[in-house]
Design a protein. Structure first.
Ligand code: MLT
Length: 275
């Protein structure tokens, strides 16, 4: 059963879905410019194995907020929420920008993590060219119709080539999500990603089980980026999802759920029936 926490008067600062299940919590963090709806295919399916929590990060989805943030402050928000709803220690899974947040969380709150999933993300900070690209996109977001223009620029990079033909429903759902992201949140997220620190020094220090999942045809974070993280993290597993771009969770949900289930079993302490 999923409890929705959207009402700002009655919920913690972040809006979230909390789906009851056995064992510790699996917390799924969305990327940019997205919200918790990207995890619709994981929530119900994985709740047979664990409690599934999907927050909207500050400013995204129903977590309306006009204030600027950093990647570290997003990690602090998630930690405060999880403490408040008694969901620690947890297994934390971050997609892309959500992965940056998950790494910031792992640096600060390692003792509250039982496992970590890094999905289509990277540990290094932005290059100088990358930072310039963020600035250009901030200017685009500030222009009239900026939210839609950013969505138009992001969409072809999020899904594998030919998605319009192979998966029109995924394209439609993803477009609805990207187009609903508030321009001010887009601006704040771009600045937060531009200014995030390099986390590569953290990787060899991670002492918990880590799963690295990457879409085979991801043009934002290609599989080679995941392979480098795998080489640097002692207790890590690397899994490439075929026929997927930057959004394997929506493009190939069954394979992603299977990989997450195996990882949940590996991390242990979870219901094991069915395997
Ligand atoms: C994301 O998918 O969250 C972003 O594309 C990540 C980024 O731009 O660095």
């Amino acid at each position: 059963m999923t409890a929705r926490h959207d009402d700002p008067a009655r919920r913690p600062p972040l809006a979230f879905d909390d789906t009851a299940g056995p064992g510790p919590a699996l917390v799924l963090l969305h990327g940019f410019p997205l919200d918790r709806r990207v995890w619709d295919a994981q929530r119900a399916d994985l709740a047979a194995r664990c409690r599934v929590i999907t927050p909207d990060l500050r400013g995204f989805g129903a977590s309306h907020d006009d204030r600027p943030f950093t990647i570290e402050s997003l990690a602090d928000d998630v930690h405060a929420l999880l403490r408040q709803i008694d969901a620690l220690p947890c297994i934390l899974c971050g997609l892309s920008m959500g992965g940056y947040v998950a790494l910031a969380f792992a640096r600060k709150y390692a003792g509250d993590l039982a496992g970590l999933v890094l999905m289509d993300t990277r540990a290094e900070g932005d290059t100088p060219e990358g930072k310039q690209g963020r600035q250009k996109m901030i200017e685009l977001a500030r222009s009239p119709g900026g939210g839609k223009a950013v969505s138009d620029q992001m969409m072809p990079r999020l899904l594998r080539t030919g998605a319009e033909q192979h998966a029109p429903d995924v394209v439609r759902r993803l477009r609805a999500i990207t187009e609903s992201c508030p321009p001010l949140t887009i601006e704040h997220a771009l600045a937060a990603m531009r200014d995030r620190p390099d986390q590569r020094d953290l990787l060899p220090q991670l002492r918990l089980p880590v799963l690295i999942l990457m879409g085979e045809a991801d043009v934002i974070t290609p599989p080679a980026v995941g392979e480098q993280m795998h080489a640097a993290i002692p207790n890590s597993t690397f899994h490439v999802i075929a026929n997927a771009g930057h959004m394997p969770l929506m493009e190939q949900p069954q394979e992603v759920n299977e990989a997450l289930r195996s990882f949940l079993n590996k991390v242990g302490g979870l219901a094991t029936s069915g395997d």
